[in-house]
Write a protein that binds this ligand. Structure first.
Ligand code: ATP
Ligand code: MG
Length: 565
């Protein structure tokens, strides 16, 4: 152990976040035999989002860093909102992110018996009582931080009566909402959490694991500490809204005379242009304002995965934002920066034309075609090269041509010469139009000596365009995404509810884009860079011959640049 302590001390303390500082101190002082055991405790009432990813990276990351363990534990104490679908999706997301909980997959519901027995013990100590007040009546008596609560008329029931009633609650003798078990703590604590909080409520509901065995369910605060204690968690990391629950967490465990982990709070991750509450995300899904939990516009892990974000980029983002003690909003551009940085290293480059304009090269030999060598990833030599077909008819991007082009327009214009990437220099000779004056086609010539896009005689061309062969290509659907909301903080708009702030243009679909044939049949989620256009990935709806792509993120970075530039 000594060696390990010395090593830890050698590390630069300044680079530690406040949680790591606490943990290193505990290790140094031999607390919990210098071991570290964390947990990620999702409630299976929705899909995980990027905020959860932060918590996952923190909990699993800490365990990894200090040779500890991290459990996955479902906090399934609320039967009415929880579903197996959510459990499955959470497991899938965690695996995809690359974290491993070994054989330590737990469910709070597995501890219901133990929790019940601990509750009986509290009753026996005179520290809990059955209360017949409704929730409205309870709140009416609760007081305010400066005004003490009035006692429940049931507060002084005898231990025998409490045991009898609680046993009968469990046996199913009473209807929902008719009784609660409450901790007997305080009437005047300025911390409202301590004013005789409910420990159990009655819910005659089917639970996804325990079925109809139970009709009383433990409240979060009572359950959570016991779960942590039973699993011998050393550091129970949670978000700031639980700070004022900490005295209650401690009280429950101390009164139950069981091992007490240390609860430490950190700031929730909030991201601009989105909402992160599971309730709100559920509304978007249920009201079909998005196409399911994994809609690529959603801040869910499954949405981000479908959109083409990599697990590595989410982990890098989580590291980059660090751990804060105060709530704040992170610019979504910072997440996109992490995604772009990672995709730049791994995405295969291909050429695609989203808004096509036909180009016919009139001096290219009739009926001929050839294959030209292209680099798969200039950032990664091992990615190799591929061949792309070229013939006398190609598509370029409509925006890459301008009839009355200003001098500084370095793309194609009448009489001007540009380079086709990996192919040839071409010059625009003629512009064809339909009856309404819309440009339908360009007639160009090419320089056969400029093969590979290399200048034959030292003459320079300024622009390099991407292109796709008009005869050998695939036609694909491409889905382009914009921010889901129109303002940076849709959660806190006083006038409008968050659903009124949805961006009506957050999804646009290009039904027929042309892409070089090499991508046909690529697996779902494969990452690509469409040259000059951005990063795209293969959607799960895709199949050979009917490919579908999602735009993951653009090429250019707006993060870290001064505004108005
Ligand atoms: P809700 O959104 O319904 O309030 P929740 O987000 O707290 O629920 P849980 O399933 O209870 O959902 O969260 C599991 C863990 O993830 C908890 O430890 C919680 O503190 C953490 N967590 C949730 N949201 C965030 C967030 N935005 N940033 C960091 N951690 C989060
Ligand atoms: Mg929660």
């Amino acid at each position: 152990m000594e060696n390990r302590n010395e090593n830890l001390q050698e590390e630069n303390k300044a680079s530690l976040n406040f949680i790591e500082q606490i943990i290193e101190n505990d290790i140094k002082n031999g607390k919990n035999e210098s071991s570290v055991h964390t947990r990620f405790p999702p409630e299976p009432n929705g899909y995980l989002h990027i905020g959860h990813a932060k918590s996952i990276c923190l909990n699993f990351g800490i365990a990894e860093k200090y040779n500890g363990l991290c459990n996955l534990r479902f906090d399934d104490t609320n039967p009415t909102k929880e579903e197996v679908e959510y459990v499955d999706s959470i497991i899938e997301d965690l695996k995809w992110l690359g974290f491993d909980w070994g054989d330590r997959l737990y469910f709070a519901s597995d501890y219901f018996d133990q929790m019940y027995n601990f509750a009986i013990e509290l009753i026996k100590k005179g520290k809990a009582y059955v209360c017949d007040l409704s929730s409205e009546e309870t709140s009416a008596l609760r007081g305010t931080p400066s005004v003490p609560a009035q006692p429940s008329p049931f507060r002084d029931r005898s231990i025998e009566e409490n045991i009898d009633l609680f046993t009968r609650m469990k046996a199913g003798e009473f209807p929902d909402g008719s009784k609660t078990l409450r901790a007997k703590i305080s009437l005047d604590s300025p911390n409202m959490q301590m004013r005789d909080p409910a420990m159990y409520r009655i819910r005659h509901a089917h639970h996804h694991r325990t079925g109809n065995t139970w009709c009383i369910y433990p409240m979060y605060d009572w359950a959570h500490g016991l779960e942590d204690s039973i699993e011998k968690i050393t550091h129970s990391l949670c978000t700031l809204e639980f700070e004022n629950h900490r005295p209650l967490y401690n009280w429950y465990l101390d009164e139950s005379e069981v091992y007490r982990p240390q609860q430490i709070e950190f700031a929730r991750l909030n991201l601009s242009y989105t909402v992160m509450s599971k309730r709100k995300l559920l509304e978007l899904v249920q009201e079909k304002l998005v196409n399911g939990w994994d809609d690529p516009r959603m801040p869910t892990i499954s949405g981000m995965r479908r959109r083409g974000y990599t697990p590595e980029s989410l982990r890098a983002f989580s590291d980059r934002i660090g751990i804060a003690k105060r709530n704040n909003v992170i610019d979504v551009a910072m997440l996109e920066h992490s995604v772009r940085e990672d995709l730049n290293k791994r995405a295969k480059r291909v050429m695609a034309v989203l808004n096509p304009l036909k180009v016919t090269i009139k001096n290219y030999p009739e009926g001929q075609s050839e294959e030209l060598k292209a680099v798969n990833n200039p950032e990664d030599e091992s990615a190799g090269t591929r061949l792309i077909p070229f013939s006398g008819e190609i598509y370029i991007e409509r925006e890459d041509f301008m009839e009355d082009a200003p001098k500084k327009f370095f793309r194609l214009a009448p009489g001007r010469e540009v380079r086709l990437r990996y192919a040839y220099f071409i010059t625009c000779e003629q512009v064809l139009k339909d009856e309404s004056g819309n440009i339908t086609e360009l007639i160009c010539t090419y320089d056969p000596l400029s093969k590979g896009g290399k200048s034959p005689d030292g003459r320079k061309v300024k622009g390099t365009l991407h292109w796709v062969d008009a005869k050998q290509n695939i036609e694909a659907q491409v889905r382009i995404y914009d921010r889901l909301f129109t303002i940076p903080n849709p959660d806190s708009n006083e006038e409008k509810g968050f659903k009124e702030l949805l961006n009506p243009d957050s999804l646009s679909i290009i039904e027929k884009a042309y892409i070089e044939p090499s991508v046909d049949g690529a697996d779902a989620l494969s990452y690509y860079q469409f040259e000059r256009l951005g990063y795209f990935n293969v959607d799960k709806d895709s199949k050979k011959g009917a490919m579908v792509f999602n735009k993951t993120v653009g090429l250019r970075d707006s993060w870290g640049k001064p505004k108005n530039q």
